[in-house]
Design a protein around this ligand. Structure first.
Ligand SMILES: Cc1cc2nc3c(=O)[nH]c(=O)nc-3n(C[C@H](O)[C@H](O)[C@H](O)COP(=O)(O)O)c2cc1C
Length: 439
């Protein structure tokens, strides 16, 4: 039997740091000479990843600068802990203009927006990209973001109840125009058939919207839906709605349990298990020899300040870690805010980590496993992870930009193709078709 094919996505942030806090000052980022705030960098990355036949480029997005660590903005600003972070959505259009096939995904939180705005924005993007748009539906994770919108952070369960209704309203709006409503009958003077455009009259627990949407049906009838969240409600949401999930699961047993849980949730929601692809974050570090790659890893990791790691981890947990001694064994802590990242508190082999180790890992890669070696070594590690977990692919995050992205596409992608583990051409044209392509 042919081995299952991997899906690949490229992780990005519209800012100077992605998962690696060293990225902005890494000598290879500096030598490449791109300005992270200019669209040319992202157009280049999109072309490179399209050459690599990736399913998509994908932007995370946060709407805050965290003061969670020590109650001060200083560490986040000093160490560029995913700060600054420009809005990624305008970039999708720039990247679409420079490419033809690759999917274009971005995070857009539901927590401080109205579904009408989201439905209109994402349907428009789906048109502009000819069906290559993907929306990562998140609910926000830090009180600083809520405060920026004049609100308090709501409990996780309520945020997901809102997300459920938010997507329901968007779907109603995307369906408010029947597929064949647009006629453009110039002779008869009928642009669209009014009988095929409907109000939605939604009156729910959280949202009201009258409709119809003022955007015609887009190629995917709204974007592909992505999700990133680990709570029970987050997983159930993914099972019902997501075409793909971005997951950070550094340890194998955890990744396998997570994978099985999501797939059974997808089936419970009445969908086929392959309808929701799981993309596990990895941070490849490549060298022409294993020793060179290990040297690169050491050089990179040494560039990450511990205080930056503590600040970004505190922000992601929304818990001030300056309260805990550095030798705290994180897996033993009982605070509810610390439970979300349990999987980061152990090594790939399951060894328990101290706060200092977790914070260093978080600063280096936000807990993504570093896969280090030659292209063949990295392909070996990807295959081993993929086969142990069951699928479905990877979200690849660089240690410098755009060089590490180019190296992965030029060296690891051909290696995976030679092994029959990655596509040699795009079979479809839309984001959903790329995610469903299995050969
Ligand atoms: C791997 C991963 C990536 C995430 N990326 C983002 C992001 O870019 N922006 C954001 O606002 N929230 C992000 N989140 C937060 C979640 O979408 C969600 O809002 C939060 O984790 C609370 O849900 P949970 O308890 O189900 O994880 C991410 C979560 C995970 C697990």
């Amino acid at each position: 039997m042919a081995k299952a094919m991997m899906h690949l996505a490229q992780f990005l942030v519209h800012g100077p740091t992605y998962h690696s806090l060293a990225m902005w000052r890494h000598p290879k980022t500096a030598a490449a000479g791109y300005d992270w705030s200019r669209p040319e960098l992202y157009q280049h990355i999109a072309r490179v990843c399209e050459r690599g036949l990736f399913d998509m480029v994908f932007f995370a997005d946060l709407n805050y600068i965290s003061d969670t660590y020590r109650g001060a903005l200083d560490p986040a600003i000093r160490h560029a802990t995913q700060v600054p972070e420009h809005d990624p959505i305008p970039l999708l259009s720039f990247m679409a203009a420079a490419t033809k096939h690759i999917g274009l995904g971005a995070t857009y939180s539901i927590s401080h927006q109205h579904p009408f705005h989201a439905a209109r924005l994402w349907a428009t993007l789906d048109h502009l990209t000819r069906g290559r748009a993907a929306w990562n539906v998140v609910t926000t994770l830090n009180h600083n973001q809520s405060a920026n919108y004049g609100e308090a952070l709501r409990p996780t369960d309520e945020r997901y109840d809102r997300a459920e209704e938010f997507v329901e309203v968007c779907r109603k709006l995307w369906d408010s125009w029947e597929k064949d409503a647009v006629l453009i009958d110039r002779a008869a003077g009928v642009f669209a058939d009014p009988a095929k455009v409907h109000r939605i009259e939604h009156e729910g627990r959280f949202y009201r919207s009258r409709g119809p949407l003022n955007v015609t049906p887009s190629p995917q009838n709204g974007p592909a839906i992505l999700q990133a969240g680990t709570s029970a409600k987050g997983r159930a949401f993914a099972g019902r709605h997501a075409d793909a999930i971005f997951a950070i699961q550094p340890n194998l047993a955890g990744a396998k349990a997570y994978y099985d849980d999501i797939k059974s949730g997808t089936v419970e929601a009445g969908r086929r298990p392959e309808a929701c692809k799981i993309l596990f974050g990895i941070q490849p570090i490549l060298g022409s020899s294993r020793a060179e790659a290990e040297e690169k890893q050491a050089e990179h990791n040494a560039l990450v300040p511990l205080e930056g790691g503590l600040a970004i981890l505190s922000g992601h947990l929304d818990f001030d870690l300056s309260q805990l001694p550095l030798d705290t064994v994180m897996a033993e802590r009982k605070e509810p805010q610390l439970q979300r990242m349990q999987t980061r508190y152990r090594t790939l082999e399951g060894r328990l980590l101290t706060l200092e180790q977790v914070a260093r890992n978080h600063g280096q890669s936000v807990g993504l496993p570093q896969m280090v070696g030659t292209a063949a070594d990295v392909a070996d590690q990807m295959e081993a992870f993929f086969d142990a977990v069951g699928g479905d692919g990877f979200m690849v995050s660089p240690i410098y930009s755009p060089g590490a992205i180019e190296e992965f596409v030029d060296h690891v992608v051909p290696e995976l193709q030679r092994r029959g583990r990655f596509r040699r051409a795009y079979a479809g044209t839309t984001q959903r078709e790329h995610l469903m392509q299995d050969g």
